[in-house]
Design a protein around this ligand. Structure first.
Ligand SMILES: *Cc1c(COP(=O)(O)O)cnc(C)c1O
Length: 447
């Protein structure tokens, strides 16, 4: 047998439509509720804050396929299709009979999957006559992607970055400013919410909660300004399905079908992006069998310090710590949960998207929690074998893949493992320094 090509890359793999799993789930997710009236929120309610096309997509449970606008496809072609890579060197280092593949979402100029949703969100804003967009960002991946996307569609962009993260990862603010965005540490003096917090606590380090409050306030008090979000919501995961739709075709080209599909989990957008297109095969049954004849083990890898999937509770909760968002039916650790200061900033979120929460409840997927040190051990092994330094978030997916591959070594099974490399870690080198110096620790939350 000839050795497979390592890279499977072809521009015409880019899908023309996103896959909306909400239309095909056996049990639909419960509706988000207006906290004041306890009534389901409407597209109109959401359109005050978000682009109305995004608001529509958020609540759409009928159309399984949604057209990707031509101009968005053009922007995607700047960096898509992304490579599907067989990790031969990692397999060899582990001595596993498993076949390990990864979808490389780190190859775009911003270095993470976040751009896949920043582009359509900015596109819809511009189409609807919006001139300004705003958002919050923690580690800065989302803020960086949004800053670039906004600039490319001629929009002004204002980002509230968690103050402590801004000090820890100064280069991410530089990237945002390079793309023309204004960046403020949150809490700031530029909003009512920020002033209130600073008045009470002059040295407040900021949190995603404070930054969300400031961004929403700016969006609701500024004409022609919309708020955007980089994770958690249904329309964000919808945009990310380009990952799984490409991977589906690429796996076919490789003559393989996955037994295990893995992604790291913050709010669920890169997990949903890779998993949902494969999961639709599990809903289509022929004579009681999955359409492709195989059950896939879907694994969401979360940090042990923020374990909403494995230790959270399924209930209605707020999406932010201040309680400004609609009530979302989801697995949550409580909106006042304060995650430990781990380096995987993108995974420090108390809740999970509503679609993923329903799928977990219905047994279509499972969560695993990965301690910080194990995530970096696996990330380092990946870097040293495959030559790519992974984002601290992505290290969690790698660690889960390594666990599966090691289990195959014991049983001799030749499982096909597919994971998402959600981003590279080149702006996170202080985290790697700390790990190599032995300064990192594991955190177990008191729940
Ligand atoms: C933001 C981020 C995540 C987590 O977000 P999800 O919505 O769960 O995908 C994971 N990896 C990277 C590189 C990120 O920037």
């Amino acid at each position: 047998m000839t050795k497979q090509k390592r890279f499977l890359l072809a521009e015409d793999l880019l899908p023309r439509q996103w896959y909306n799993i909400a239309a095909e789930m056996p049990n639909k997710p419960l509706p988000p509720l207006n906290p004041a009236t306890k009534q389901p929120v409407t597209v109109d309610d959401l359109s005050h804050i978000f682009a109305s096309e995004c608001a529509k997509q958020e609540l759409d449970q009928t159309h399984a396929w949604i057209d990707i606008p031509e101009e968005v496809q053009e922007r995607y072609r700047f960096y898509r299709s992304t490579p599907l890579v067989r990790a031969y060197a990692l397999e060899q280092a582990l001595g596993t009979p498993a076949h390990i593949y990864f979808k490389n979402e780190s190859v775009n100029p911003l270095g993470s999957h976040k751009l896949n949703s920043a582009i359509p969100q900015c596109y819809y804003c511009r189409q609807e006559g919006t001139t300004n967009v705003t958002t919050e960002t923690g580690a800065g991946q989302w803020g960086a992607a949004l800053s670039y996307a906004a600039k490319s569609f001629g929009l002004e962009c204002a980002v509230y970055q968690v103050k402590i993260s801004m000090q820890q990862k100064p280069y991410r603010s530089s990237i945002m400013r390079t793309f023309g965005a204004t960046v403020e540490g949150s809490p700031s003096m530029s909003t009512r919410a920020g002033k209130d917090i600073i008045t009470r606590d002059p040295h407040h380090p900021g949190s995603l909660g404070t930054a969300i409050s400031e961004a929403i306030e700016l969006a609701t008090t500024t004409p022609n300004c919309k708020y955007t979000l980089g994770s958690v919501l249904n329309h964000v995961a919808l945009h990310q399905t380009v990952i799984g739709l490409e991977a589906e075709k690429q796996m076919e080209m490789a003559g393989e079908y996955p037994d295990v599909v893995i992604a790291c989990f913050g709010g669920g957008s890169n997990f949903g992006g890779l998993a949902f297109p494969f999961m639709r095969h599990q809903f289509q049954t022929l004579n009681g069998q999955c359409a492709k004849g195989k059950r896939i083990d879907f694994i969401a890898a979360e940090p042990a310090s923020c374990p909403k999937l494995t230790k959270g509770e399924f209930r209605y909760d707020f999406g932010d710590s201040a309680g400004y968002t609609p009530l979302l039916p989801m697995y949550t650790l409580g909106h006042d949960f304060k995650p430990a200061n781990i380096h995987a900033g993108g995974l420090r979120y108390h809740g999970a998207g509503v679609i993923v929460s329903q799928l977990l409840k219905d047994g279509f997927m499972r969560g695993v929690d990965i301690p910080q040190l194990e995530s970096f051990e696996s990330g380092l092994l990946f870097a040293r074998t495959e030559g790519i330094i992974p984002a601290p978030e992505s290290c969690h997916a790698i660690a889960a893949a390594v666990r599966e591959a090691e289990a195959c070594k014991k049983t001799g099974e030749e499982k096909v493992i597919l994971f998402n490399l959600s981003g590279h870690g080149l702006i996170d080198m202080t985290a790697y320094d700390s790990f190599i110096n032995g300064d990192l620790i594991n955190y177990t939350p008191n729940l």
